[in-house]
Design a protein around this ligand. Structure first.
Ligand code: RP5
Length: 178
């Protein structure tokens, strides 16, 4: 077993390659934490047969969590949850016409009995972190990595505040806009 495989595999799936710039943020954070994943484009609407194969074979292929991103009439996460028995995290993708509220409502308003853990519009990084937290329930080593991740975030904010105290807000904003 590879080092990554020991935490369990995450599937990242999205409805279109236009979702990739956002969905890649989930991949990036899983990579940082050393979690095995794969990332794929499968449209529930444009290729329903292939989508069904993906969702119905996912558990036997070893996926423990699926992160599904889609925009507009975003049925991919909900339909994945209808078929795949383990946790599904939905990422509503921002849309040009309705700002992603269409995606958000399509994903978050699941009927009782078929849950999708929905993150914010374009919240793919948090989807990756949430998948990691789900896997960490039974993986103390992964939990340690998540604690380290949180500590690094805290250090970053503290560094920024020290700089603000040192140079003042006007200079800070000037430097931000450079
Ligand atoms: C959804 O339709 C996809 O998830 C994407 O967000 C949206 C638009 O797809 P494209 O027309 O860019 O392929 O299925």
């Amino acid at each position: 077993m590879s080092d990554k495989a020991k935490f369990g595999k995450v599937g990242i799936v999205m409805g279109s390659d236009s979702d990739l710039p956002i969905m890649s943020q989930a991949a990036k954070v899983l990579e940082e934490l050393g979690i095995e994943y794969d990332i794929t484009v499968i449209s529930a609407h444009r290729m329903p047969d292939k989508f069904f194969d993906y969702a119905s074979s996912a558990q036997e292929k070893g996926y423990k969590v699926i992160i599904a991103g889609a925009g507009g009439a975003a049925h991919l996460p909900g339909m994945t949850s209808a078929i795949f028995p383990l946790p599904v995290i939905g990422v509503p993708i921002m849309t040009k016409s309705l700002g992603g509220v269409d995606s958000l409502y399509s994903i978050v308003q699941m009927p009782s009995g078929v849950p999708v853990a929905t993150v914010s519009i374009n919240g793919a990084k948090n989807a990756g972190l949430l998948a990691a937290k789900i896997l960490a329930v039974s993986n103390p080593e992964l939990l340690d990595r998540l604690l380290e991740f949180s500590k690094n975030q805290k250090d970053e904010v503290e560094k920024k505040d020290s700089k603000l105290q040192e140079i003042g807000y006007e200079e800070y904003i000037k430097q931000m806009n450079k």
